[in-house]
Design a protein around this ligand. Structure first.
Ligand SMILES: *[C@@H]1O[C@H](CO)[C@@H](O)[C@H](O)[C@H]1NC(C)=O
Ligand SMILES: *[C@@H]1O[C@H](CO)[C@@H](O)[C@H](O)[C@H]1NC(C)=O
Ligand SMILES: *[C@@H]1O[C@H](CO)[C@@H](O)[C@H](O)[C@H]1NC(C)=O
Ligand SMILES: *[C@@H]1O[C@H](CO)[C@@H](O)[C@H](O)[C@H]1NC(C)=O
Ligand SMILES: *[C@@H]1O[C@H](CO)[C@@H](O)[C@H](O)[C@H]1NC(C)=O
Ligand SMILES: *[C@@H]1O[C@H](CO)[C@@H](O)[C@H](O)[C@H]1NC(C)=O
Ligand SMILES: *[C@@H]1O[C@H](CO)[C@@H](O)[C@H](O)[C@H]1NC(C)=O
Ligand SMILES: *[C@@H]1O[C@H](CO)[C@@H](O)[C@H](O)[C@H]1NC(C)=O
Ligand SMILES: *[C@@H]1O[C@H](CO)[C@@H](O)[C@H](O)[C@H]1NC(C)=O
Ligand SMILES: *[C@@H]1O[C@H](CO)[C@@H](O)[C@H](O)[C@H]1NC(C)=O
Ligand SMILES: *[C@@H]1O[C@H](CO)[C@@H](O)[C@H](O)[C@H]1NC(C)=O
Length: 832
């Protein structure tokens, strides 16, 4: 196929028969190699800022040496470039500028030429830059050669992926043979030179993976997962007649990140975070993403154990291979289309609807006005094998259907695809299809009955178990716990009312110990309210979060019962799910679903802050929190006031959907009447004035906390940070900006204008309404949800918020202690 000439570098080995004597000296403490000095196998040169070093790299368990550029201060997986991938040397080799002025590796009498330039003047030098680029310059500092033009397996910021035909360059990346063998492997990452400019990974000469999105102004060509990470990278696409390449830079100079093509053909994008490489993205992620994994005319599913199946009306082209798990021959039609055997058949070809699929690759797009027009465009063209229609976009396919993927029912990203089939393969008989429907219906009904019976039996079994010993957490089936979605709230409510007591599994302490490796430090996720939180691993590999209530907390049992009962009753996609608990002796432990992305504060203010949340993610988080809180206040059976809503209590799932956690503080509370409490539980900075000062709380105190949280999410600033302006806190700062008619200066600089100003202004306005001094002036959560969503609502103008100036209440010098963890039996602070 089109690329086989991308082996790189200069495999010229010169045998020198003169007994040349090394008279040059060692290069030391420098970033440059000049004529006359050299690097031996234990010496390195280091870039000026100390980011990279160049020296000899010896793979584990190998006697081979390679001249490599490596991260200086990272010890794990540190090689980014290799000069002599195909020609390893031994420990006696030197890296130097040879007599003819070229960069070379010399081992005894053998010289491996790293560069092969015709030089007139040998006054040249090679400097390692902080970008990881080794540049070879002449005396006038013009670049003669640079390592960035001869990529290895790592795509660093500043490097290119693509080609420039004017200068005959191709920037492509070749995997290692194995993780300990840098010699060129099977996989190549490059830009497909076709008109669509997709990124492809080749396995040998065959396409292994291909980006679904063609080249475009949207930079998601690597198909990043749906969240934040794009904000760190500034991708640039250049496409001219003879030149097309992709390059990127990082917005922050303290970020260390790269792409590598690993020996298994995976393109991995990693970030150095908390002393390890964190994987941000990898492609292909699933077998179904591998190009033509199931061959032509088949469908792939990442959930079925066999992955591949033929499309309806098709059968495996080569049954033996297919049955042995080799799918590459794909499937062919059982019956030819009418279209292709003119006039012979008796009935017309038709279409079979495949619902909720990820569409095959290589579509052609037509502009049509209706579904029927799209259908007839496909029917009337013999080479058309199927079509899909959404929003007046008509896509058709011809010939092989590659990478059609069947999605799960709850995956909403799918579309419908209409597959052209011969009438005999269609099953269009009304009667049969009705019968079939009837059968499906009755099967479904009986399955449902059976399922409910099973569920009741399970619940009963659990109840019986409760009387005896705790269950084993290790063998617990996370998916068996009550359904998380509240698709049928009415039914659920009835069900809850039916049960006098909420059933949650009770686990044995020994199984909790086993799951958390005896609460080992390495499993500790953090310190939540009331005690540390650990990660627990179940036998099947599922993970749970284990909150161990601190023994010193006297009220622990109450809190536990409170929290356990409340959470078990609440089912909402924006609330963290309680899976069970463990009470043995002094131990009071709650088991929650595990959320991999930690809490929101990490992304706003903490170590993950450099990942920068995108505007879309922020909007999703804001809306999710609002929905979760609205549910707590209004739609759950009992009204629940959270009382400690804050960024660290918002957890994020793998797709960055927010889930509110820590209901231990919430109280069952009837009506909306305000209550006074002697026990204040909350966090300074988020507490409404009436709650902080008088212990009076209501749903409106949560609304206040939500307002603070909203400002924090928009600005990436803590409410209680230090402010340069006269404002005391974020609320005051936001208010000052609002009054000065420049509210958008509040927005996080990470967003860099990549947000919707109208929506942002509306959010700030809403937040300021939420933090008003008088609780009665604050909106309710249902008002808030409407304000956030409805662009047409005209919002009231906010008045001066609470805590926004020195006169109005608390300032940080007053003695409301930092009470993020612990309950405080309040000695009420009254403002003078
Ligand atoms: C390599 O050079 C360094 C000085 O740059 C020297 O200390 C070291 O002994 C040399 N190693 C060998 C194996 O020659
Ligand atoms: C190196 O060899 C040792 C012993 O043969 C083995 O235990 C170890 O796993 C090997 N390391 C690598 C990275 O292959
Ligand atoms: C080589 O070039 C540098 C400037 O790049 C100059 O300072 C130096 O004197 C030159 N050396 C020789 C031997 O010409
Ligand atoms: C460097 O610049 C000088 C003056 O512009 C020029 O004479 C000389 O040829 C240049 N050297 C190289 C190697 O290009
Ligand atoms: C992104 O990169 C391009 C090209 O390198 C540069 O022109 C542009 O200023 C960068 N954008 C930002 C916001 O840094
Ligand atoms: C990063 O950028 C900041 C501000 O532009 C600068 O002060 C700092 O020295 C830079 N750090 C590095 C490692 O380049
Ligand atoms: C690379 O290709 C060779 C020969 O085709 C094959 O034996 C080897 O398993 C392949 N390696 C990978 C990682 O696919
Ligand atoms: C897949 O179906 C298309 C269209 O019906 C057909 O042209 C093609 O030959 C089929 N591919 C295989 C491998 O049978
Ligand atoms: C076709 O779909 C694209 C995105 O999939 C959309 O941007 C475009 O507006 C659609 N075209 C029409 C005519 O709706
Ligand atoms: C039929 O479809 C093929 C590919 O889908 C296209 O190249 C061809 O122009 C179409 N023919 C007609 C008559 O539309
Ligand atoms: C359609 O129904 C007729 C008679 O009911 C039957 O003979 C025929 O096989 C059916 N065709 C299909 C595709 O089911």
């Amino acid at each position: 196929m089109f690329f086989s000439e991308i082996r790189f570098l200069y495999p010229f080995i010169l045998l020198m028969f003169s007994s040349h004597i090394l008279k040059d000296h060692e290069a030391a403490d420098t970033d440059t190699i000049t004529l006359g000095n050299h690097l031996n196998s234990s010496a390195t040169i280091v870039s000026a800022g100390g980011m990279f070093e160049l020296g000899f790299y010896q793979p584990a368990n190998s006697t081979n040496y390679y001249v490599a550029i490596m991260y200086k201060n990272i010890l794990e997986d540190r090689v980014v470039w290799i000069a002599n991938r195909d020609y390893p040397v031994t420990a006696s080799a030197f890296f130097c500028i040879g007599n003819d002025g070229n960069l070379a590796i010399r081992q005894g009498r053998i010289i491996y030429m790293v560069t092969d330039l015709q030089l007139t003047n040998a006054n040249v030098s090679a400097t390692l830059l902080d970008s990881g680029n080794l540049v070879f310059r002449d005396e006038n500092s013009s670049i003669l050669w640079q390592s960035f033009d001869f990529p290895s397996h790592t795509f660093l910021p500043g490097m290119k992926l693509g080609y420039d035909r004017r200068i005959g360059k191709t920037w492509s990346y070749v995997s290692w043979r194995s993780s300990n063998d840098p010699s060129p492997g099977n996989f190549t990452l490059q830009l497909d030179p076709g008109p669509e400019k997709r990124i492809v990974i080749l396995n040998g000469d065959e396409i292994y993976w291909r980006s679904i999105r063609p080249w475009g102004d949207n930079s998601n060509i690597f198909e990043f997962p749906p969240d934040t990470r794009m904000n760190m990278y500034n991708f640039t696409f250049v496409s001219e007649s003879d030149t097309a390449y992709l390059t990127y830079t990082l917005y922050r100079n303290d970020t260390i990140s790269r792409f590598t093509l690993d020996a298994t053909g995976q393109l991995r994008q990693v970030l150095w975070l908390e002393n390890k490489w964190s994987l941000l993205n990898s492609q292909p992620r699933h077998p179904c993403d591998v190009y033509a994994y199931c061959g032509a005319n088949s469908s792939c599913s990442n959930v079925w154990s066999s992955f591949c199946s033929c499309l309806p009306g098709f059968e495996p082209s080569t049954a033996e291979l297919w049955n042995n798990g080799d799918f590459k021959d794909g499937c062919s039609r059982k019956n030819d289309l009418q279209c292709s055997m003119e006039g012979l058949g008796t009935s017309e070809d038709g279409f079979n609807e495949l619902s909720n699929v990820k569409l095959p690759q290589n579509q052609l797009t037509l502009e049509v006005q209706s579904m029927d027009e799209c259908r007839s465009a496909c029917s009337s063209n013999c080479s058309c094998s199927g079509f899909s229609y959404t929003n007046r976009n008509c896509s058709t396919w011809s010939g092989d259907l590659i990478n059609l993927q069947q999605l799960l029912a709850d995956d909403i990203s799918g579309t419908n695809f209409y597959l052209k089939l011969a009438a005999s393969d269609l099953g269009t008989n009304r009667s049969t299809s009705n019968i079939r429907r009837a059968i499906i219906l009755s099967v479904t009904v009986s399955m449902t009955i059976f399922g409910s019976a099973l569920f009741i039996w399970q619940v009963k079994k659990k109840r019986d178990k409760r009387k005896g010993e705790g269950q084993d957490l290790l063998t617990f089936d996370v998916t068996m716990s009550p359904a998380r979605t509240e698709t049928k709230p009415a039914k659920r409510r009835r069900q809850v009312e039916h049960e006098k007591e909420v059933e949650i599994p009770l686990f044995s302490f020994s199984s909790v110990c086993a799951a958390t490796d005896n609460f080992s430090f390495s499993n500790k996720l953090g310190e939540g309210g009331f005690g540390p939180v650990y990660k627990g691993k179940l036998l099947k590999g599922e993970e749970v979060a284990v909150k161990r209530l601190s023994r010193t907390s006297g009220q622990g049992w109450d809190e536990l019962k409170n929290e356990a009962m409340l959470i078990a009753k609440l089912q909402h996609k924006n609330l963290v799910k309680l899976l069970g608990c463990c009470i043995e002796g002094d131990e009071k432990i709650l088991i929650y679903e595990y959320l991999p992305n930690k809490s929101l504060d990490c992304f706003l203010f903490g170590t993950n802050a450099m990942l920068g949340l995108s505007w879309e993610t922020r909007v999703r988080i804001i809306e999710g929190i609002a929905q979760g809180l609205l549910y707590l206040h209004q739609y759950s059976r009992v009204q629940i006031i959270h009382r400690d809503l804050k960024a660290s209590n918002i957890l994020l799932d793998a797709d960055m959907n927010p889930k509110i956690s820590d209901f231990g503080l919430a109280r069952i509370f009837g009506g909306t009447e305000q209550r006074a409490t002697t026990r204040i539980v909350g966090t300074y900075g988020y507490m409404a004035p009436e709650y902080a000062l008088e212990g009076v709380f209501s749903v409106k105190s949560d609304v206040f906390s939500f307002g603070v949280l909203l400002l924090e999410i928009l600005s990436d600033r803590k409410n209680t940070g230090h402010y340069l302006s006269n404002s005391l806190n974020l609320i005051g700062y936001a208010w000052d900006l609002w009054r000065s008619n420049k509210p958008l200066e509040l927005m996080s600089t990470d967003l860099r204008d990549k947000y919707c100003p109208n929506a942002a202004t509306r959010y700030i306005n809403t937040a300021l309404l939420c933090v008003e001094e008088r609780a009665s002036n604050r909106p309710t959560m249902s008002d808030v949800v409407m304000m956030l969503n409805n662009e047409l609502t005209i919002l009231p103008f906010p008045v001066q918020p609470a805590f926004s100036n020195v006169g109005s209440g608390l300032d940080s010098s007053q003695s409301i202690p930092e009470i993020s963890q612990n309950k405080l039996t309040v000695s009420v602070v009254v403002p003078r």
